[in-house]
Design a protein around this ligand. Structure first.
Ligand SMILES: Cc1ncc(COP(=O)(O)O)c(C=O)c1O
Length: 486
């Protein structure tokens, strides 16, 4: 029995489901990211959801849905038995320090070694690379940018690509060219330059114009995830790597979304012929259970920033903690033992085939579908086909994806929005999802398309009261929110 003061919520309350779903939403609207939750709540997709199987969730009414979301960070779904069984053993038997900032750690050592071995199998030049751990993707990118800057002191510019996404802390945000996320925070970290994704000629021209010596690094996603699943043209990444090598520009491959199997390869950059100097990893490394980020850098780059007494120049408190490392180690082991990248590639082809079929039959709903491995995208036709001025057009694009998300939800599929591509909804199912569950996703997407064959139907099929509430929400200033069901 807990003896917390009145009004406090105990772990027992949460563990034993004594907090009702509407109470959870109310608390979040009062004390959390209220506007986000309110919007999701209006759309009826706010949850909270509980796990039925690793791949299926249910809501408070007992409605089950397949989880094809998780923003690529749940490689084995929710509470995968492979990890939970191991965690029980870890909690019982582990004797290593939890937060070994000032000492060596068996868990950290093992994960460092395994990550470098895995990378060196694909890219032998990384055999003596070194790893720096952190607790999120954006932090892994910050680390990569600092490594690059320390390696090329005096250079001022960093290049990223249009529609790229690298995170939302100030350094990574500076290289995430999206006015929606950047504008209010200007001036950002100086020196960020942007080139259209996939355009090697434009990249070379920019380097020539600025001067290679002035350029610190280029950061690139081997396939853009939040940008809406954009696969670069063949030869782009290998050409980029070759050109940068000739000019001494540090290449950072941001594999936070693509890496460790999501797109069907251990490292998508390596699969596309790029041998980057620095690689960032995060999402799947935490097995969908905890936060693990990693920056892997070549030995000479690593030691330049963290050499001798300067080895404290970049640090954090939680990176490399035993629990995170143990989960990371087990996740990697499970991925390797089952060769999940190969499965991802195979399942992805099957899923993409199904999406193409749906798109072919319903081109007035789906403008396009694309993907590789289990990173799949559906781009919707705008709900209003009339030409609109910029801001309004963006709003219609965003509303299209939000209503599509709602309809998919109603059809039994939980999907992802795309942070830097407004009309694109993504499917990122678990890499170990059973085939019948996986196939059901595409049956349900198809059912949804049959119910709403034209994107305008997303609008006309939404109850007018809800549309009015959504419009009011979009037009209103942040204020105190109460649950939409309350
Ligand atoms: C390619 C890429 N880089 C960086 C990030 C940022 O990761 P996090 O959200 O863990 O900070 C993301 C997240 O979606 C990503 O897809």
């Amino acid at each position: 029995m807990s003896v917390l003061p009145p009004g406090f919520i105990s772990t027992d309350d949460v563990l034993h489901d004594r907090l009702s779903a509407s109470e959870v939403r109310r608390l979040e609207l009062e004390h959390g990211n209220a506007e986000l939750l309110y919007g999701l709540d209006l759309l009826g997709v706010a949850g909270p959801f509980s796990r039925v199987t690793p791949w299926e969730l249910e809501d408070e009414a007992g409605v089950r849905r397949i989880n094809a979301s998780g923003y690529a960070a749940t490689p084995f779904g929710e509470m995968p038995p492979a990890l939970t069984g191991f965690l029980r053993e870890f909690l019982e038997k582990n004797r290593a320090m939890a937060l070994p900032q000032q000492s060596s750690s068996p868990w950290r050592a093992a994960l460092e070694a395994n990550l470098v071995r895995l990378l060196a199998r694909e890219l032998p030049s990384h055999a003596d690379s070194q790893v720096f751990f952190c607790s999120s993707g954006t932090e892994a990118v910050e680390g990569a940018l600092k490594f690059a800057k320390a390696f090329r002191p005096g250079s001022k510019f960093q290049i990223s690509f249009g529609s790229g996404y690298h995170g939302k802390t100030l350094g990574s945000l500076s290289l995430t060219p999206n006015p929606e996320y950047q504008d209010i925070f200007r001036p950002l970290v100086p020196g960020a330059l942007t080139v259209p994704y996939g355009d090697l000629d434009a990249f070379r021209a920019l380097v020539r114009r600025v001067g290679p010596d002035k350029i610190t690094c280029v950061i690139v996603e081997p396939i853009q995830g939040e940008g809406g699943v954009n696969i670069p043209p063949p030869g782009f990444l290998s050409g980029l790597g070759e050109y940068c090598r000739q000019h001494g520009i540090v290449v950072i491959a941001d594999e936070i979304q693509t890496g460790l199997g999501r797109t069907g390869h251990w490292f998508e950059s390596a699969a596309q012929g790029l041998d980057p100097d620095i690689i960032t990893l995060a999402k799947p490394l935490g097995g969908g259970m905890t936060a693990v980020g990693a920056t892997i850098a070549r030995h000479d780059i690593y030691k330049k920033m963290l050499g001798g007494l300067s080895s404290k120049r970049h640090s954090n408190t939680f990176g490399g903690g035993a629990l995170a490392m143990a989960v990371g180690l087990k996740s990697l082991e499970y991925l390797i033992e089952n060769d999940f990248p190969a499965r991802s590639l195979e399942l992805g082809e099957r899923g993409l085939h199904r999406l193409r079929e749906t798109q072919r039959r319903f081109p007035r709903l789906l403008e396009g579908v694309r993907g590789q491995g289990l990173l799949l995208a559906m781009q919707f036709q705008p709900m209003l086909g009339v030409p609109l001025p910029g801001v309004l057009k963006e709003l219609v694009f965003e509303a299209t994806a939000l209503l599509a998300l709602r309809e998919l939800h109603a059809s039994g599929v939980i999907a992802n929005l795309s942070l830097s591509s407004k009309r694109t909804v993504r499917l990122t199912p678990a890499l170990d999802m059973p085939m019948d569950v996986f196939d059901t996703i595409f049956d349900r997407v198809d059912d949804f398309a049959r119910r709403r064959p034209v994107s305008r139907d997303l609008l006309t099929g939404t109850p007018p009261v809800l549309l009015a509430r959504l419009a009011k929400f979009a037009a209103s200033k942040p204020k105190k929110r109460t649950p939409s069901d309350g």
